[in-house]
Design a protein around this ligand. Structure first.
Ligand SMILES: Cc1cc2nc3c(=O)[nH]c(=O)nc-3n(C[C@H](O)[C@H](O)[C@H](O)COP(=O)(O)O)c2cc1C
Length: 161
């Protein structure tokens, strides 16, 4: 096995919390499922997300752009699978999914476990991905309890009873 395969196999064992990052472009909501959302700093509140450079979202997350992230919760595996479906058209990406436009960003905040509104401060290109650092402008918890975790290529509900 080459390094790319062993690297992939290794990282597939790292559980990742599932979030949906969204931005608005040309009057449309563009959204992608990510496991790369992490907290960077509390003062000021700052996160980062790693997105594929060729993905539709990448160009919408340039410095100063506005976006939102929703931490997905229990029972949302179907929503995650739909949003992660490859080759979805730009139009109606969130059709049938409960969301509201963020007050500060206009970006889609889904019905989920928690949400953030962000403005990009730094973008670092690294390999085939971009590291996008976002200042948190607003944050809150949602109505969904529990958590989804991605591991070994599957999204699982890890809500404790
Ligand atoms: C569980 C899961 C986690 C993912 N994590 C990321 C991620 O952290 N960064 C990323 O760019 N794409 C991630 N993807 C892939 C994106 O959801 C999306 O398919 C990809 O960015 C292509 O988007 P596009 O077809 O809308 O351009 C993930 C997909 C799944 C199912």
């Amino acid at each position: 096995m080459g390094l790319e395969q062993t690297y992939r196999a290794a990282m597939q064992r790292l559980p990742g919390g599932v979030a949906v990052v969204a931005a608005r472009a040309g009057g449309r909501d563009i959204a992608a499922v990510v496991t790369s959302l992490v907290s960077v700093s509390l003062d000021p509140p700052t996160v980062l997300v790693v997105v594929h450079g060729a993905g539709r979202l990448a160009d919408l997350l340039d410095v100063d752009s506005l976006w939102a992230a929703t931490v997905m919760g229990a029972g949302q595996e179907g929503t995650v699978a739909w949003i992660a479906e490859p080759g979805r058209p730009d139009i109606g990406q969130l059709q049938g999914i409960a969301f509201r436009p963020g007050e500060l960003t206009g970006a889609a905040i889904l019905d989920g476990a928690a949400w953030l509104e962000c403005r990009t401060t730094v973008v670092v290109e690294e390999g085939d991905h971009r590291i996008v650092v976002g200042r948190v402008l607003a944050a809150g918890t949602g109505t969904r309890d529990g958590a989804l975790v991605h591991r070994l290529g599957r999204v699982r509900d890890v809500t404790a009873d």
